[in-house]
Design a protein around this ligand. Structure first.
Ligand SMILES: [Zn+2]
Length: 76
């Protein structure tokens, strides 16, 4: 299970493309700074790490959790 922790750090780097794929969004324009799901402002730290972030931390975490599930169980 420790492997997953290490992998998570790498996934963080890939979030820009991975999350957009998960959320069905492929835009490459920089983020507006407003979450597309809940209209909350996206954390500055998050935008610094991922200028294309379309979702706040909460919504992105949710999408990431779903992506992890999908990877484990496979698409159904
Ligand atoms: Zn949100």
């Amino acid at each position: 299970m420790d492997d997953i922790d290490l992998a998570a750090e790498r996934i963080e780097v890939l979030n820009a493309s991975a999350l957009q794929a998960v959320l069905g969004r492929t835009e490459t324009v920089p983020s507006t700074g407003i979450c597309a799901s809940c209209s909350e402002s996206i954390e500055q730290e998050r935008l610094k790490a991922n200028p294309y972030a379309k979702h706040c931390r909460d919504c992105a975490d949710e999408a990431e959790a779903q992506a992890k599930m999908a990877r484990r169980c496979g698409p159904r």
